[in-house]
Design a protein around this ligand. Sequence first.
Ligand code: SIN
Length: 521
Amino acid sequence: MASNDFDLLIIGTGISGLSCAIRAAESGLRVCVLSKESKLSECNTNYAQGGIVSYGIGGDSPEKLAEDIIQAGDFLNSREAVSIVSGEGPAAVDSFLMDKLGVPFDRAPDGSVDRTQEAAHSLRRIYHVKDTTGNAIETAMLAYAAKCPNLELRSSRIAVDVITNTHHSTDNQQRYKKPRALGAYVLDENSGEVEAYFAPATVLATGGVGNLFLHTSNPQCASGDGIAMASRAGAAILNAEYVQFHPTVLFHRDIKRFLISESVRGEGAKLMNRQGSYFMERYEPELKDLAPRDKVARAIYFEMEATDSSYVLLDTRTMEVDIAERFPGIYATCQKAGIDIRNEPIPVVPAAHFFCGGVKVDSFGRTSIPGLYAVGETACTGVHGANRLASVSLLEGLVFGLRAAERIAKKSEDIPLGLAATIPDWVYPHEEEAMDPILIGHDIQNIQTTMWDYVGIIRTKKRLARASADLNYLVHRVESFYKEAELSKKLIELRNGIVAAQLIAGAASSNPVSLGCHYIR
Ligand code: SIN
């Protein structure tokens, strides 16, 4: 067996990819997990602050959790997917994350797991590790995965494309067959070589699209890779217009992409405008600062417009906990920014945070292409509908990562004999040009400003038409770079980013109905 042949290839090292990898490896599959980063932990999961949903104490139930998820999602949610996540999720958090992996969730004084509050949850039900829950989960998962005998973790490997029989086989009869995923072409950043990886099942777990927007809470790696690769392979994409903007990201000249967790509002902080007046009760009289995220982000946008301001303030003086003790990560970063949050409000703005749409999958993570799976933020299971409820994303990643692994372990179909041998080695461009980083950087910035200005929190028909026109122009330039230049991570991300941006702008343009986080003025 060649060294790049596996039973399961997983692209991405967040909670969905690693839960899938661990469960599959423990079922006896030979699993390879790729990260495009040199540091395996560099992914969105690692930066999650608030926590992961379980059941609250005293009167919570799968039905109640499902009701909150559906209400926040503006009733566009898949009822089947919601019932899976609300029914199976909390037990998976306990048995997989806490008991098996040893994630050290914070404890209440009586020894039970402490639950925090976030917006639009009808009670306190969110497990957390201070304000660095994602990092605690990621660290535990990577440590466990590194010890799994059947599991290989490879860093600095960026997937270029999913290999399918219909797109890549040199046997011309394959074009008449049904498409099937066979693995992926992958650039090894250390050697500069592109290698073919083969596996009967390939799982896309590459995270979301935050980096396509000028302002985001996401790390740079969230560049829409899995969505773009799946779309090029011919897989169906769903709900791409629903990009969630988190209401509160730190507004600071030098510190970018830093989230101020919604659980800070859950613990009593209140939004106020720069004139010092609390404004949420004017927009959402019932839930106020704890209304669903789409509504709070829009209220902030309107308030910034009305007061001609680039940010609003989060007043922490109304909190009942010691903010420095409960939120040490946020406290430390704000200290670095020169803000003493025990005594002064935090300047915040909304920023792109989470992709509620993605590659359309069934309840086992199967896409419309046999052999190709998607999990986590890359996938659209339908759990989130038009707007995600806080702290449900880690839960969705965990539940559907495990479900995909179980399905693959039971039912994966081998690659037909001889088919892999018809897949050619990667063909490098004739006269490879070294790519000028200024050109790539400029095009990435172009995408980011286009998406932020025209496909942002408030959309209009005109803005969306402009976005599509600008992106259509840019896509040709990017494709010709790609065909001529030496491959690099940045170039692959740019090529994926433009495809994902087109999918989002296209879906937004063709849906005139405002719902959840897709809002047309
Ligand atoms: C937060 O801590 O506010 C983010 C949690 C989430 O995105 O669900």
